[in-house]
Design a protein around this ligand. Structure first.
Ligand SMILES: C[S@@+](CC[C@H](N)C(=O)[O-])C[C@H]1O[C@@H](n2cnc3c(N)ncnc32)[C@H](O)[C@@H]1O
Length: 263
């Protein structure tokens, strides 16, 4: 049976992410339906699993797994002998994820901060028979999460360090399209962003939310490209969804953080 553990209680991520947790907690059921059944989204999730280059027996960690819509695809890729861990800091969405994952022994959901995943033998994934050590992680997946992070490049950097050389990191995120029909696609996209960015009750004409989101997505995906020896890239859904998969390079080890401004 899938196990749900909780490491988010003392998480620093809940501070800046408090409104995100409230929002996703409130809309967990609706979000689950959108995440699973929106036309084209199941195909995207299959592509994300394929880009992770998983082999039977591998261990894959999904960060910001939400209601767990990717988990069945990841589980299929690693097979019954592999391990799938979904991490999210929002309790109600994780409960949905657990309901969906419950039939699998090797799919675990953990309540924790994706910017500080509790891997490496620390509780809650350590100490039990479902322990996942940092060294065992073959791939990290994060879909529609990077735009919610304060420092996407820094966090992606940490994820690359976590899987190490040869490990895979796969990101999928929505940002503005640059296709010829971009004005129409981007108008719809902007409406979705405004409606789904917590707090949704406030009018926010004073800032361009989509530009801010674009910058975060670009920062996260750019850093993954910079850290990877082999890169797989795809645009989907009218050019609005970017999928980047990277095999982390051994070159020079970890990223030189002194090169980052503002870190
Ligand atoms: C847009 S949803 C995407 C869910 C899922 N990845 C999917 O593709 O359907 C974003 C999810 O990221 C989670 N999230 C955002 N920041 C997080 C953080 N720092 N730690 C853990 N979860 C986070 C939210 O709780 C939410 O469930």
């Amino acid at each position: 049976m899938a196990r749900e553990t909780d490491a988010a209680g003392s998480s620093g991520g809940a501070g800046s992410g408090a409104s995100a947790q409230e929002f996703y907690g409130q809309w967990a059921t609706v979000y689950d339906l959108i995440a699973r059944y929106t036309p084209g989204v199941p195909a995207l999730r299959r592509r994300v699993a394929a880009a992770s280059r998983l082999e039977p027996g591998d261990t894959v960690v999904e960060l910001g797994c939400g209601t767990g819509a990717n988990l069945p695809y990841l589980r299929k890729a690693v097979g019954p002998e592999g391990t799938v861990v979904g991490i999210d800091f929002t309790g109600p969405v994780l409960r949905r994820a657990r309901e969906h994952a419950d039939r699998f022994d090797n799919v675990h959901v953990v309540r924790a901060d994706a910017t500080r995943p509790p891997l490496g033998g620390d509780p809650p994934t350590g100490g039990g028979d479902d322990a996942v050590a940092r060294d065992d992680v073959d791939a990290i997946v994060a879909t529609f999460v990077v735009g919610m992070l304060e420092d996407p490049a820094g966090v992606v950097d940490d994820w690359c360090d976590l899987v190490g050389p040869g490990g895979r990191v796969v990101l999928a995120n929505a940002a503005r399209s640059d296709r010829w029909y971009a004005p129409a696609a981007n108008a719809v996209f902007r409406a979705i962003v405004v409606c789904s960015t917590p707090p949704t009750t406030r009018f926010r004409y004073e800032e361009d939310l989509t530009a801010r989101l674009d910058a975060k997505i670009a920062a996260g995906h750019d850093r993954l490209r910079a850290r990877s020896g082999a890169v797989f890239e795809e645009r989907r859904h009218f050019g609005l969804v970017r999928l980047t998969g990277g095999v982390v390079s051994a070159a020079d080890g970890a990223w030189d953080r002194s090169a980052d401004e503002g870190r």
